[in-house]
Design a protein around this ligand. Structure first.
Ligand code: MN
Length: 241
């Protein structure tokens, strides 16, 4: 299985989660929320197979930690994976939007400069603003909108801008999420969990729980479950080359 957006270091027992993921053969993109956490994750994960670490600065933390963007840009030289970055326009974080935008512009222009980046992006209540930044940047690598929650016009614009989408059991649990996923190009969808933040029926999603998305994707795409599994695997392989 593949979990392309997971906060592996924020589980109460990261070492156990990592060894279980390795045992199960789960591919994980460990996104991080601060540059310090990137370093910590590299140590935590060591040489664990199939787990990669992204460097990020979560938009919810930018209000306090915007100065750390310099470190993010430096650390980006050590990985092709960037995230979690983006914008959050929800009431609690709206106040820091100007700063969030500055930070995102810095990060994305650094992505464009370094080239070849895969960027896991947050866009809660700020979809259009995130798409504006992606568009402004031109060729910045592959932006992956995680847990996309915009409207259908914004989705079409994201598709036209070349975005990919990481989708998980929480998003697919609701009618709006399923409708959006059904409109995404099937060759640009990749599983995620957003664990440990995301829960289904009160239960925290573990990286391997991204498996639960496959039957839902199969039914949205009108194909067999095994074909849907194949499809997301081949998407993942295209991303990884
Ligand atoms: Mn997240």
């Amino acid at each position: 299985m593949i979990d392309f957006h997971c906060h592996i270091d924020l589980f109460p027992n990261p070492a156990e989660v990592i060894s279980e993921a390795v045992k199960r053969g789960t591919y994980v993109l460990a996104v991080t929320t601060t540059p310090l956490a990137f370093e910590g994750n590299l140590q935590l994960i060591g040489d664990a197979k199939r787990i990669r670490v992204a460097v990020g600065l979560h938009p919810e933390l930018v209000g306090e930690r915007y100065r750390e963007v310099d470190q993010v840009c430096d650390l980006m030289r050590r990985t092709r994976y960037v995230g979690e970055v983006g914008l959050d326009g929800s009431p609690a974080h709206r106040g820091s939007l100007p700063r969030q935008r500055d930070v995102l512009q810095r990060v994305l222009s650094e992505c464009a400069q370094q080239g070849g980046k895969i960027i896991s992006m947050h866009s809660r209540m700020a979809t259009t603003a995130v798409l504006d930044e992606i568009e402004r940047c031109g060729s910045l690598g592959i932006p992956i909108l995680h847990w996309f929650s915009g409207n259908e016009d914004e989705l079409q614009r994201a598709v036209d801008l070349g975005c990919w989408f990481s989708v998980g059991p929480s998003m697919l649990g609701g009618q709006k999420g399923r409708r959006l996923v059904s409109l995404m190009p099937t060759d640009r969808v990749i599983p995620e969990t957003d664990g440990p933040f995301a829960k289904v029926n009160g239960k925290t999603l573990m990286p391997w729980d991204s498996e639960a998305s496959i039957p839902i994707l199969a039914s949205l795409w009108g194909i067999e479950i095994s074909e849907a599994a194949q499809k997301v695997k081949s998407n993942f392989l295209r991303l990884s080359v």
